[in-house]
Design a protein. Sequence first.
Length: 313
Amino acid sequence: MKNAALRLLVGILLFAVIPAKAGVYYVTVAGLGGEQDYEQRFRALANDLDKLFKSSGSEAHVYTLTGADATRAKLSDTLGTISHEAKPTDDFVLILIGHGSYDGVEYKFNLMGLDISAGELATLCDRIPAKRQLIVNTTSSSGGSIIALEKPGRAVITATKTGTEKNAPVFARYWVDALHDPLVDTDKNESISALEAFQYADRKTADFYSSQKRLATEHPVFEDTGKGDPVRAAAPEHGEGQLLANFTVLRIGEAQNAANDPAKRELFAKREELEQQIDTLKYQKAAMAQDDYTRQLTAALVELARVQEALDK
């Protein structure tokens, strides 16, 4: 018990001295539609995300591939560029919209021309030095990509739980909706986390099939430990959901304004860091002595209040 608490404290102290993230790299790809309706739908969702991410702050680096640009070569080049530009302290987000296929062994994302496999995507993402990564695969059969993509420090969200769920999903629509809705920010920290967005989109997806009185043909899942099976809900006792909860997909409201204000940027980064420390503590509570947990949580909360007071001035 004491050793576990000591390891946690050391980890938090090490995390606290890491400099604030330099930025976030967003890559959104709208793959091959096959039909005009799908083509327009995929492109519209990608363009919507493009606008959201570009307005999120001066530290956002946004790449959006649609239509003739949604090719294997262009995607490889884009990820290659990021691998040379990104720093370990940056965050990286890859969102795939469209159709996928799974032959029982290998998942592929359908693009103009040659498709790209999950294994090839993983290799390209592995070269990006950002230590915190998020891949949101909203395609059909996307569950078949998880094993190839999962890695410590990388959270993977998919619209389907397996590669055999092959019908066109609706999850992508609700994932984008989540980033538009301030109510998705359930902890009211003016940032929409990957977990908050997933929970919203998952709930809306289930509601869609229920309202249509249809048997659900997609079941969104995530894997964020880098070594486990995908799950449908956070499980703090196993660490599942911790990275998603700590991963900010989009800042909103005053937090977005603060991120664009040089005078407040450092304070905002510190607030985000403290919130992540508090989330980590809550996930590790069961492995800690109660006194240690209370002491560390109280210290973090007091410091968080101090930083928030400075931001409010």
